[in-house]
Design a protein around this ligand. Sequence first.
Ligand code: UDP
Length: 369
Amino acid sequence: MINKQLKLILVSTPIGYIGSGRGGGVELTIISLIKGLILLGHKITLVAPKGSKVPFESENLEIKLIDGIDQPSWQHQKKTDPVLIPSNSVLPRLWEVVIDLAISKESDAVINFAYDWLPLWLTKIQKIKIFHLISMGAESFVMKEIISQIAQLFPLQLAFHTKRQSEDYCLNIDPIIVGNGFDMENYLFNDNQNGPLGWAGRIAPEKGLEDAVKVANNLDEKLLVWGLIEDKEYASKVENNVKKDIIEWKGFLPTNKFQEQLGECRAFINTPKWNEAYGNVIVEAMACGVPVIGYDLGGPGELIQDGLNGFLVEPNDIKAMIKAIKSVSIIKRRNCRDWVEQNASNKVFAQRVENWIKKGLNKNFRTDL
Ligand code: UDP
């Protein structure tokens, strides 16, 4: 098994095609991982909603695009909501293709990136080895229940981005933590210490843009904001609560443009209101050399090394955030980039994922049959 080339099927999120922004951080995670796994010599089939784009080609990459209606995202449903599958949903169609491919290609493993009930449940009834990289905290009871069941039956087939995220679930082994990975070639180091303040993420309540805006308002500075406006009503409410011109909306940009503008910032603000599973934008800012001031909540608390690549402050503590921003010049921008290279490049990420899959394939891990 040590140097064996693995035949892997990667299944993307059914919430939006890769490149739409609707799939959040999962879109970038999957692209970075494909590149990293190919560099390690593995053969990849990507199964993703129609419209998905991968910005490189390889003889070791095959892409299957599937048409259908997007799944609604769990983070905008109530915790008690049941599983919902719309008519003509892309989700079951993705999995019909995946199962056929896994059998016909004799693939070694399937890696699922969808935070959805169906693929988790399929793990119980299918002979193919389905691994799940869980991309959110426990945002719904029915999801928490199925993830906890899989954790009992196939503990080695689940991995999480961060330890804090995994703590939302009932697990019976130490969680497998794989972090995340970024293609360092896509992010240029920028040493400019005098730029503006920046914030990025989906514009939705769980991301807490209102706090970052209050910070900028208090400092009487502009806040550059990148990201997909998921909730228009929320966006206007945030904007109407501060002085005019505090927010400079930059839109949802492709990575090359996003990183170029991000790198100009002197500090990046991260203000989640939920148990953020990871926080891609934090690491992307650091990859450009930008220190991050963030709430010590969920993933950000494991990514921000206080005093090295940014500062951690108590969640919702706007005063502490303002104070931290005032001392951001203490942080060496080069340290931010170095931390990402050492801990979150797509190479180290792919290596961690490879170790996880090999560990899972080596064991007969179904515990109840
Ligand atoms: N993003 C982007 N262009 C933008 C702003 C954001 O491509 O202008 C991407 C960013 O690269 C990141 C994702 O949006 O991968 C947001 O992911 P994150 O993990 O921060 O949060 P999520 O949306 O998954 O909760």
